[in-house]
Design a protein around this ligand. Structure first.
Ligand code: CP
Ligand code: NVA
Length: 309
């Protein structure tokens, strides 16, 4: 086992502003090949997936391999968690084998419980409430487009006040950029989170996507029905009419605006093909940046100080 004191990454708020900025800069160095080697030689990451994944699974698994370690995939159908073994027991057992645990699940409370009982760092790979790893990649993609002066980039969130919206709210509060959220009635983000962020930065909430997008440099959205909400898809399609990011909406943004989407996307629902496949789109850079940003995260959480520049 590696020798280090335990740090978790359950929401973006687990990083200070300076840690977040340094992590994004390091992700850039890793991407450019300016930092290499295998500082996680011999380390292991357990990856618990209680929901589906393409990007998160592959980027963590490949990232660990590139850093000299390896990842172990666990799902409900192939582990005892699916048969009801408790989070408490799972946390203790896995802590005896691995150097870190990544979990994708439904309730944020489950991730918090896992972190309480695990003696190794726990990483939130998406819950119903937050998706902090995605934001690391999104912020890296923003920095590639506009530099990391953060305050110069108003961001417009269009659609559901969901896990991604919540993580954008945390990012805005930590880094200080303006965030405008256009969500239909009944699909607002957590008002407590919005109120807390407003003590740190400007957070505008509106029902009008055009108002949110006016002059924005980043326009971003997500699926209308997240994992676990498949049964609400029809009702949500009705509620989200008018919240599709199309070419007309993008034309209201800044001339150099970029479009981001965590993926997977539904062309013709939350975004048109013309936008996600068009000149604004940075979605595949954003997806690639999951790898670099999470390598920086794992170095931050898992590498012993002597091997962590
Ligand atoms: N964006 C994201 O988390 O993708 P996956 O669901 O494929 O991991
Ligand atoms: N809001 C989406 C994000 C997927 C990466 C979901 O939770 O399904």
């Amino acid at each position: 086992m590696l020798d280090r004191s335990k740090r978790d990454f359950l929401t973006l708020r687990d990083l200070s502003r300076s840690e977040l900025v340094a992590l994004i800069q390091r992700a850039g160095r890793l991407k450019r090949g300016e930092e290499s080697g295998t500082p996680l030689n011999g380390a292991s990451l357990a990856m618990i997936f209680r929901k589906s994944s393409t990007r998160t699974r592959v980027s963590f698994e490949v990232g660990m391999a590139q850093l000299g370690g390896h990842a172990v995939f666990l799902s409900d159908t192939t582990s005892q968690m699916g048969r009801g073994e408790s989070v408490h027991d799972t946390a203790h057992v896995l802590s005896g084998y691995v150097d870190g645990i990544m979990i994708r699940t439904f309730a944020q409370e489950e991730v918090e419980e896992l972190a309480r009982h695990a003696s190794v760092p726990v990483i939130n790979g998406l819950t119903d409430q937050y998706h902090p790893c995605q934001l690391l990649a999104d912020l890296q993609t923003m920095a590639e487009a506009f530099g990391d002066a953060w305050t110069s980039a108003p961001v417009a969130w269009i659609g559901d006040g969901n896990n991604m919206a919540h993580s954008w709210i945390n990012a805005a509060a930590i880094l200080g950029f303006e965030l405008r959220l256009a969500c239909p009635a009944g699909y607002d983000p957590d008002p407590e989170l919005v109120a807390r962020a407003r003590s740190a930065t400007t957070v505008v909430t509106t029902r009008d996507p055009a108002e949110a997008v006016a002059g924005a440099r980043v326009v971003t959205t997500d699926v209308w029905a997240s994992m676990g909400q498949e049964g609400e898809a029809a009702a949500r399609e009705e509620a989200f009419a008018g919240f599709c990011v199309d070419e007309a909406l993008m034309s209201r943004a800044a001339d150099d605006a970029i479009f981001l989407h965590c993926l997977p996307a539904h062309r013709g629902e939350e975004v048109t093909a013309g936008v996600i496949d068009g000149r604004w789109s940075r979605v595949f850079d954003e997806a690639e940046n999951r790898l670099h940003a999470q390598k920086a995260l794992m170095l931050h959480l898992l590498a012993p100080p002597s091997r962590n520049r």
